[in-house]
Design a protein. Structure first.
Length: 297
């Protein structure tokens, strides 16, 4: 009887934790003019009603993914890095796109599916990755009150590993991962962001806090200055989702020790930017990240 009781309360907890309309915490912010539905909108995207946010904000879901699923997703990133680079790969930031096969670290681009004769991932691993994308997409849609079918999965998406090493220095702008930014400034069709943490701050790594920031004037060189608005501690299994416009500038702090992993997805309202979740172990070259200039640091 006790066991039945325990089991049923565990089930209740589970269903509460995964209810896409019941975030652990939630905040609403006025939307910036980045969306076609906002006053003062000056962009060129057509309005997609039922998708573009009319109410912006942030939603956090703890225990969104189980410890077992988190471990598998982390191991997939490791396997991809090992296949592309051998061993543990490089310190600093490494991004791994399981879907297109591309990865990037401070040595540049590589593809984990290049020249393979055997499958790198098992069908179960791909299925977990696919169902995680779909669950996050569905949760983002439900929590922001979108119509069925929205938002739309888009590319690129990746797992980011930030590995501390005391002697490591960024080799190019790509490696400077701690800059304040707005997702929609970098990629105009990103309307919603979803981050699923795969490691826990102060257990797996130190530093690496996620922060929502606010613009706070400019410095003597005319560069934007920011102040902290809300800090979020990464925790394995925690999903952080937010609207991708200027209402949500954010940054990651430098990792001071250990290794930090996060799975990052972006979603769009633009059907033109719909991207299939191939997850077929093939190289998808059309989504190769664009080469960019590497300014001196
Ligand atoms: C993003 O773009 C807007 C509009 O151009 C600009 O005002 C804002 O400062 C930019 N934000 C960041 C963090 O670069």
């Amino acid at each position: 009887m006790y066991r039945a009781l325990l089991l049923s309360s565990a089930l209740v907890l589970l269903s509460v934790a995964s209810d896409p309309t019941s975030p652990t915490s939630s905040s609403t912010i006025d939307c910036s003019s980045d969306y076609p539905s906002s006053k003062g909108y000056s962009g060129s995207e057509p309005i997609v009603s039922g998708c573009h946010p009319t109410s912006c904000g942030r939603r956090i879901f703890d225990d969104f993914a189980s410890p077992g699923d988190v471990a598998v997703l982390r191991a997939m990133a490791e396997k991809g890095i090992g296949a592309a680079r051998g061993g543990e790969g490089r310190p600093g930031p490494t991004i791994v796109d399981i879907n297109s096969g591309y990865m990037r670290d401070d040595e540049g681009l590589a593809n984990m599916y290049e020249g393979r004769t055997e499958a790198l991932f098992t069908p179960d691993e791909y299925e977990l990755y696919r169902s995680t994308i779909e669950r996050i997409r569905h949760t983002v849609g439900a929590t922001f009150g979108l119509e069925e079918g929205y938002p739309i999965f888009t590319a690129p998406t990746f797992i980011t590993r930030l590995r501390h090493h005391e002697d490591w220095q960024p080799q190019s702008m790509h490696d400077v991962y701690w800059m304040e930014h707005v997702d929609k400034n970098n990629t105009a069709h990103y309307d919603y962001s979803g981050l699923l943490y795969l490691t826990t701050q102060d257990v797996d790594f130190t530093g690496g806090m996620f922060e929502f920031v606010e613009e706070d004037g400019v410095d003597a060189d005319g560069d934007l200055v920011f102040k902290l608005e809300e800090a979020l501690s990464p925790k394995a299994g925690r999903l952080v989702s937010f609207t991708g416009g200027n209402e949500n500038p954010h940054k990651v702090n430098i990792v001071r020790g250990g290794t930090r992993y996060v799975l990052s997805f972006w979603f769009t309202c633009s059907s033109e930017h719909a991207f299939p979740a191939f997850l077929d172990g093939e190289i998808h070259k059309q989504f190769q990240p664009e080469p960019q200039p590497d300014p001196e640091l």
